[in-house]
Design a protein around this ligand. Structure first.
Ligand code: BDP
Length: 558
C-alpha cells in the first residue's frame, strides 16, 4: 500500500477541514445529505471539541459528511484514503457504499469509481469496542467499558485525501536491502501494471547513484542508516505510465545472544512509550505536535520509542526515519483478556484471531519500507497467564513472521512473570512492563532494586533472550515537590526512574529502557486518575518535569 503522493503522474486533493457531523441510529443510510448536523474538524477527535459531557462520552454511530468537487480526468482512476477513522467505519460516495474500515488506527483506501461533478462523501463511524475489536472492550448494559488506560477518542483522526492514478499504475513497492561491509544489495518488488520500468536512486545530496531496469541492484559505497545518524536514499520508480518516489535506508537488524544489533553494532533502547494525544485535537494528527515530540526526544537524548498501543500516523515514521529513531511498531491489540472457550462471547475467539492476523499483515503493508521500524510488537499486556493465550499467540507470531523480517515481540503485563507467562516463549526480545513501588508497595522506592532484578533475571534465565524494560513510571503532578520524596511529586518521579535505571545498569542482558510515558495523556474519568494519566516526563503541553533533566543527563552517555 503506497501513501498518496503528488507528482507528474498523480494528483492529491485534501478533504481536511470542517465537515458536518451527527449521531445517527443503528441502521442509518446516507441516501440524502443530512441537514440537522453540527460542524466538526477533520482531522480531530470530536470528544475534545464538544462541551456537553453526554455528547463527549457518546458511544454508537456517528456520521461525518461533506461535499467536494475535483477536476476529473478521463484517463485517471480515483481513490479515497482516510488515514484513520476510529474505530470501524463505512464509507459512502453519493449514497452508495464504496468501502469499510476495520480498525481505527489503519488507513481506509477505497476506489471512487462513480465520481460526479459534485459529490457527497459520508463516513459512518462506530466507536464501540467489543471482545473482537482492537483495542478490546465490552458493552455492558448498553454502556461502553474499556480495558485500556487511554481515552476512547472518536473521529476522523488522520488526513482525508482523494488521489488520482494513471489507469495502468504502480500498486505497491517493497524495498529490501542487504548490507554486508562494503557490499549492499537492494531488491525492489513492484506490484502493478506496466510494460517498461526503470529504477533510479538518489543519495542525500540528490546525486543519482543508480539508474537501471533491473529490480535487483547494488549501491556503490553505501552509507548505512544508523541510530540517531540517519541516511536516506530516494528510490524513483518510473514505468511507461506512472511514477512513485519512496525513501529508504540501508540497515541490518538482528538479535544475537544478549544483543540487539543494528548494522552489527549493539544498541541500547533509550526512550518512551507514548500516545497520540494533545489538547483540542485529541488523537487528530498534526505535524507541528509530532515534530515538537521529536524535538523533545532529541533534546532528552532518547533514541527510540514504542508506538504504544496502536500504529501511529505515517508522519511519525517518516520523521523517525529522518531523525534516526528506532521504533517498536505496535499493533492495536491492547487489553486482550479472557480467551475462549471459558468466557463465551466476552472472550477473544477465532474472529478476534482472524482480525488480529489481518492487522499484523496490514501493519506490514503500511510500514514495511521504514528503516526506523526495527521491531514489531503484536500486543501490549494481553492476559498471557491464561492457558488459551498460548495457541492464540503461537498463531499470531507465526503469521506475523511470514511478512515481517524484523524481530517480533509482545509486551508482558506488569503482573505477568516468567513462571506463569504462556507467551514469552514466542518473543525475540522480552519486553516487560513493571510498576514496582507504584502499583505494588506504592510509594516505596526501597523495594525496586530487589524485585526488578528478580523479575527480569527470571525471564532471562528461562528464555535466554535480551530484555527491555518497556514500561516503568509514576504519576506526577507538575509543580509538586516533597521532602522526603512522596508519590505524585516531581521528586518521587525522578527518584523512581533513577532507582529503576540504576538496577538495569547491573543487568547485562537488559538492552533498553522505555519510560512510561513521554507526556501526560487523557484517560476515561476514573478515581485513580487526576485528569488523565500523569506519568509523563513532559506535561501534556510538552514542558519538562524534573525527571526530564535526570533522563537527559543519564542518556547523554548511555
Ligand atoms: C500499563 C499499561 C499502560 C498504562 C500503564 C499505567 O500498559 O497502558 O497506561 O499501565 O497504568 O500496564 O500507567
Amino acid at each position: 500500500m503506497l501513501y498518496p503522493k503528488m507528482n507528474s503522474c498523480r494528483d492529491v486533493y485534501s478533504l481536511n477541514g470542517v465537515w458536518n457531523y451527527a449521531f445517527v441510529e443503528e441502521n442509518y443510510q446516507p441516501t440524502a445529505a443530512k441537514t440537522d448536523c453540527n460542524p466538526m474538524a477533520v482531522p480531530a477527535s470530536y470528544n475534545e471539541i464538544v462541551t456537553d459531557i453526554k455528547t463527549k462520552e457518546y458511544s454508537g454511530k456517528v456520521l461525518y459528511e461533506r461535499e467536494f468537487a475535483i477536476p476529473k480526468r478521463e484517463d485517471r482512476i480515483y481513490r479515497l484514503r482516510i488515514g484513520s477513522a476510529s474505530h470501524k467505519c463505512e464509507v459512502y460516495l453519493n449514497g452508495e457504499k464504496v468501502g469499510a474500515g476495520i480498525n481505527g488506527f489503519y488507513p481506509v483506501d477505497v476506489p471512487l469509481d462513480n465520481l460526479k461533478e459534485n459529490n457527497r462523501l459520508s463516513v459512518i463511524i462506530d466507536n464501540r469496542l467489543t471482545a473482537q475489536t482492537f483495542p478490546n472492550g465490552r458493552i455492558i448494559n448498553g454502556k461502553q467499558v474499556i480495558k485500556h488506560d487511554f481515552y476512547n477518542y472518536t473521529g476522523i483522526h488522520r488526513d482525508v485525501l482523494v488521489y488520482s492514478l494513471p489507469k495502468k499504475h504502480i500498486d505497491d513497492i517493497i524495498i529490501r536491502t542487504v548490507v554486508d561491509g562494503d557490499y549492499s544489495k537492494v531488491s525492489v518488488d513492484v506490484q502493478g501494471e506496466y510494460n517498461e520500468i526503470c529504477f533510479r536512486v538518489l543519495d542525500e545530496q540528490g546525486k543519482e547513484v543508480v539508474c537501471t531496469k533491473d529490480s535487483v541492484f547494488q549501491i556503490p559505497n553505501p552509507v548505512c542508516w544508523e541510530v540517531l545518524n540517519s541516511y536516506l536514499y530516494t528510490l524513483i520508480v518510473e514505468t511507461d505510465t506512472d511514477k512513485y518516489e519512496e525513501k529508504f535506508g540501508i540497515r541490518k537488524v538482528e538479535v544475537k545472544g544478549n544483543e540487539f544489533l543494528v548494522n552489527d553494532k549493539p544498541v541500547y533502547f533509550k526512550g518512551f512509550g507514548m500516545h497520540e494525544d494533545f489538547f483540542t485535537i485529541g488523537k487528530g494528527n498534526h505535524p507541528a505536535i509530532t515534530l515538537r515530540n521529536f524535538e523533545l526526544m532529541k533534546w532528552i537524548n532518547a533514541n527510540s520509542f514504542r508506538t504504544s498501543h496502536y500504529p501511529y500516523s505515517e508522519e511519525w515514521l517518516d520523521l523517525a526515519d529522518r531523525y534516526g529513531f528506532l521504533v517498536i511498531d505496535e499493533a492495536p491489540a491492547v487489553g486482550l483478556v479472557l480467551w475462549e472457550p471459558c468466557f463465551g462471547e466476552n472472550g477473544a475467539n477465532d474472529e478476534s484471531l482472524a482480525i488480529h492476523k489481518e492487522l499484523m499483515k496490514r501493519l506490514y503493508e503500511r510500514d514495511k519500507n521504514h528503516p526506523c521500524v526495527v521491531m514489531v510488537s503484536v500486543s501490549n499486556e494481553p492476559m498471557s497467564t491464561e492457558a488459551n493465550s498460548e495457541p492464540y499467540f503461537r498463531e499470531v507470531f507465526a503469521y506475523t513472521r511470514k511478512f515481517w523480517e524484523v524481530p517480533v515481540t509482545m509486551v508482558e503485563p506488569s503482573l505477568g512473570y516468567a513462571h506463569n507467562s504462556y507467551t514469552s516463549q514466542f518473543s525475540d526480545v522480552i519486553c516487560v512492563n513493571r510498576y514496582i513501588g507504584w502499583y505494588t508497595d506504592h510509594g516505596d522506592l526501597s523495594v525496586i532494586e530487589k524485585e526488578l532484578t528478580k523479575d527480569l533475571t527470571d525471564f532471562y534465565e528461562k528464555y535466554h533472550k535480551p530484555v527491555i524494560l518497556s514500561e516503568f513510571g509514576a504519576d506526577t503532578i507538575e509543580g509538586n515537590h516533597t521532602l522526603p520524596a512522596e508519590a505524585f511529586s516531581e521528586d518521587f518521579q525522578a527518584f523512581y526512574l533513577a532507582e529503576n535505571c540504576k538496577t538495569l545498569d547491573k543487568l547485562d542482558f537488559c538492552i533498553g529502557e522505555h519510560v512510561w510515558n513521554f507526556a501526560d495523556f487523557r484517560t476515561e474519568q476514573n478515581c485513580g486518575r487526576v485528569r488523565g494519566n500523569r506519568k509523563g516526563v513532559f506535561t501534556k503541553d510538552r514542558q519538562p518535569k524534573m525527571a526530564a533533566y535526570y533522563l537527559k543527563d543519564r542518556w547523554k552517555n548511555k
